[in-house]
Design a protein around this ligand. Structure first.
Ligand SMILES: [Zn+2]
Length: 413
């Protein structure tokens, strides 16, 4: 359930039902098929399709001869009929994308997160960046449905606030949704970054794929987005998926929570960089006066660690191998808990170390005596890449606009 948004649906209830059916069929649908799938009468389908064609939301593509009778015209989404903006706030980078109605990325940009700045200043910067991106993409601003934000948790989805994310020390109870909506003049929707990433994977998969999976999100922090039976799992306050305090090494360093060896503490880029400095794989970090969280320095050092491992430096390789084994133990807990059949890996820092971790992780999971389900498991990389959370945030806007909701019946035909 998504609550507390001011985002309108596209048209009325029947229109949303028809658009949703067309979007789910990647090759489009004929009017006859639409009537079958939606349960709406042929006359209603005819009226709704005409309106969708007039509004530029769908187009007719070719005719197919399908058995006896006259050929059928196929209706497909018109990508350029509407757009959505997605923004992902990571403590290191802010990513922006514009998606068209079919989910294609029309343009994207990225800025460093000014962590020394107050949230109000960052929101102003975000509004300006969104405006530039829309202008640069050549998209008519009136066709932009809204802005989806993927934010580090915890969030208050109802109030649209970012509560107290770790690694963003100045962000406490920030009314992000309302402030960004005011600054951009667009409807805004707020979702936890890991859930947004999982939603993006759903959007770009076929109906028989990505059924029950965890999206292991490897950014500045570690989190998971959960999908069961092709529905994102949000929980009672939209904060589901916080797996960081799963113990994976009882003899490991003590986490901020007071326990030893929490996965979210051991495998973050910051932690791996610290391990590399301790093992003299990397020199100590040079402090940066403009960046109290040191994220830019961590990001550069993390890249050097990955490069050292890639060139065969044994101590660097050992650090990444251990990270893979630690992550495997957490994955076993998730698979057991939710009977998952797939783990998808991604996020802004994943690409650099993904190969090294996946060299050990699948076997470690499958041979772990604690693993309960006996079915096969699939270990896959995100099909979307490092923009996945921003893309997911934009998908949520499209999702919301497409969703047939009872409230829309009030303005239906
Ligand atoms: Zn912990």
């Amino acid at each position: 359930m998504r609550t507390g948004t001011n985002l309108p649906a596209i048209g009325g209830y029947n229109q949303a039902v028809v658009l949703d059916a067309i979007r789910r069929a990647s090759d489009g649908l004929s009017r006859v098929e639409l009537a079958e799938r939606t349960g709406l009468s042929a006359q209603t389908i005819g009226n709704v399709s005409r309106r969708l064609l007039d509004e530029g939301l769908v187009r007719e593509t070719g005719k197919v001869v399908n058995g006896p009778g006259k050929p059928r015209t196929i209706l497909q989404l018109e990508g350029r009929g509407s757009y959505a903006v997605g923004v992902h706030i990571d403590p290191a980078v802010i990513t922006y994308v514009v998606l068209d109605l079919r989910g294609s990325v029309v343009s994207h940009s990225r800025t460093r997160t000014p962590s020394a700045k107050r949230p109000a200043e960052v929101i102003e910067l975000m509004a300006r960046s969104i405006s530039h991106l829309i202008d640069d993409s050549g998209v008519d601003r009136s066709l932009v449905l809204g802005v989806g934000i993927a934010s580090p948790g915890p969030i208050d989805a109802g109030a649209g606030t970012v509560l107290d994310p770790p690694m963003l020390p100045m962000w406490k109870n920030v009314p992000l949704r309302a402030a960004l909506s005011e600054a951009t003049g667009l409807p805004v929707l707020l979702e936890k970054d890991v859930t947004a990433a999982a939603v993006a994977e759903l959007w770009f998969s076929r109906e028989n794929e990505r059924q029950n999976f965890a999206f292991v999100y490897y950014g500045t922090g570690f989190g998971t987005g959960l999908v069961l039976n092709r529905e994102a799992v949000r929980g009672s306050t939209a904060n589901a998926g916080d797996a960081g305090h799963i113990t994976v090494d009882p003899a490991g360093a003590v986490c901020v929570c007071g326990r030893a060896g929490c996965v979210g503490d051991l495998i973050t880029p910051r932690s791996l960089v610290q391990q590399a400095i301790a093992a003299q794989v990397l020199p100590p970090l040079e402090p940066d006066a403009d960046d109290p969280t040191d994220m830019a320095a961590i990001s550069r050092a993390f890249q050097r660690l990955a490069e050292s491992a890639g060139t065969g430096q044994p101590a660097a390789q050992l650090i990444l191998r251990e990270a893979g084994l630690h992550l495997a133990r957490a994955v076993v807990v998730l698979v057991n808990l939710l009977d998952l059949d797939e783990i998808v890996f991604g996020g802004p820092f994943w690409d650099e170390i993904g190969d090294a971790l996946l060299a050990v992780l699948p076997t470690a999971v499958e041979t772990d005596p604690a693993l309960i389900p006996t079915h096969s498991l699939l270990f896959d990389r995100s099909s979307i890449g490092e923009d996945v959370a921003a893309v997911g945030a934009a998908c949520l806007v499209l999702d919301y606009a497409f969703s047939p909701r009872p409230s829309a019946m009030l303005i239906s035909v």
